[in-house]
Design a protein around this ligand. Structure first.
Ligand code: PAF
Length: 308
C-alpha cells in the first residue's frame, strides 16, 4: 500500500496493491468541501462513524449505507471522551492500515480520520448529555461514557451533515441515545440501526473480541446462549424475574468474572421491565466481564404469546 499526501494536499489517497484508492480527509473543512461537491451533483450521503479496529459488523453498516445512499463516508476517531478508564483507552485495539485496506476493498467513497485537536481544540467546552437515557445499563457502569458519545456524534453529524447515519444495534443504548439526540437538537439526519453481525457460534462481533484470550473466547459464546435461553423462557410465559435469575446462575456457571447487568427494558425509553404490559417493544440487555474485557450484547424479546 502506498500513501500519496503532502501538507498542501487536502485529500490523501491510499492505494492498494491492486490500484484501488481510498480518499482520506482529516479536517472539517476538507470533509465539507467533498460533501458539498457531492451535494451539488444531487448525491445522497451516508455516514458510518467508527472508532476503527473494523470488523464485519462495521462493514455491514457500510453496506447498509451503500444501499440507502449514493456515497458512503466512514469515520475513524478513537474518542478519548467516551473512555472513563485510561487503561481502557490505552488498550483499545487500533489497526489503521488494515482498516484502510478493508474500506478500500469495500469501495467506501471517503474516510474521515480527524486528529484529537480537530475534534477537541484546546478551548473546547461543550458537553451533549442525555441524562435519563444515559443513566442506566452501560451508562450506570461507565461514568461519562455516553456524554462522550453524544458529544462526538453530534459533532460528526454536524460536520458532515449526511442524509443518513448508521449505528449498530449491538450498542442499542447508544443507538437510542443518538436517535433521541437528533430529535432534541433538530439535527437533520436520519438515524438507522444496523443488525448485529455474529460469529458462527453466536458471539456478537466487537472490536474488543480481539482482546479475549483463547480460553475467554471459548467462554464468551455462552453470553449469546444464555441471552437466547432467557428470551425463549420469557416468550414461553416464564415470569421475567425468574428467567433473569436463572440466566445469572448460568452466566456464573459459564465462568464470567462478573455481570454488570442482565435486564429486560422497553426499547423506546429503556425503562426497566419486570412484568405487566410494556408500552413499547422489549429487549434483553447484558454486559459481562471475562478477565479484563467487558462484552455486551442484546436481543429483542417478543412476549406477545405469554400472559405475564
Ligand atoms: O460505536 C462506536 O464505535 C462509537 O461509540 C462511536 C459511535 C463511533 C462514537 O465514538
Amino acid at each position: 500500500m502506498t500513501v500519496e499526501s503532502s501538507p498542501r494536499r487536502a485529500v490523501s489517497l491510499q492505494t492498494q496493491a491492486d490500484g484501488t484508492q481510498l480518499p482520506i480527509v482529516r479536517t472539517v473543512k476538507d470533509l465539507r468541501t467533498q460533501v458539498s461537491n457531492w451535494r451539488s451533483k444531487g448525491d445522497r450521503i451516508a455516514l458510518v462513524p467508527t472508532m476503527g479496529a473494523l470488523h464485519q459488523g462495521h462493514l455491514s453498516l457500510m453496506r447498509d449505507g451503500r444501499k440507502l445512499c449514493d456515497r458512503v463516508i466512514a469515520t475513524i476517531f478513537v474518542n478519548p471522551k467516551q473512555f472513563n478508564r485510561a487503561e481502557d483507552l490505552q488498550s483499545y485495539p487500533s489497526d489503521n492500515l488494515q482498516d484502510i485496506a478493508l474500506l478500500t476493498e469495500l469501495g467506501v467513497d471517503l474516510l474521515y480520520m480527524p486528529g484529537v485537536e480537530e475534534i477537541y481544540p484546546p478551548d473546547f467546552q461543550t458537553v451533549v448529555s442525555l441524562p435519563a437515557l444515559s443513566g442506566c445499563l452501560c451508562g450506570a457502569h461507565r461514568a461519562g461514557h455516553f456524554d462522550g458519545v453524544s458529544t462526538v456524534v453530534s459533532k460528526l453529524l454536524l460536520q458532515a451533515l449526511p442524509d443518513v447515519a448508521i449505528f449498530g444495534e449491538k450498542d442499542f443504548q447508544q443507538l437510542q441515545i443518538i436517535r433521541r439526540m437528533v430529535l432534541d437538537l433538530n439535527i437533520p439526519v436520519a438515524i438507522e440501526g444496523g443488525a448485529t453481525v455474529r460469529e458462527a457460534d453466536g458471539l456478537a462481533l466487537s472490536s474488543r473480541n480481539r482482546l479475549l484470550s483463547d480460553d475467554e473466547r471459548l467462554r464468551a459464546v455462552s453470553l449469546h446462549k444464555v441471552l437466547s435461553a432467557a428470551v425463549t423462557a420469557i416468550e414461553a410465559g416464564e415470569p421475567v424475574v425468574k428467567a433473569l435469575e436463572m440466566a445469572r446462575q448460568h452466566l456464573s456457571e459459564a465462568g464470567f468474572t462478573s455481570v454488570d447487568y442482565f435486564e429486560v427494558r422497553e426499547e423506546q425509553n429503556l425503562t426497566l421491565f419486570d412484568g405487566g404490559h410494556p408500552k413499547s417493544s422489549l429487549r434483553i440487555f447484558a454486559a459481562v466481564w471475562l478477565g479484563s474485557t467487558r462484552i455486551i450484547d442484546n436481543l429483542p424479546v417478543n412476549p406477545t404469546r405469554s400472559p405475564m
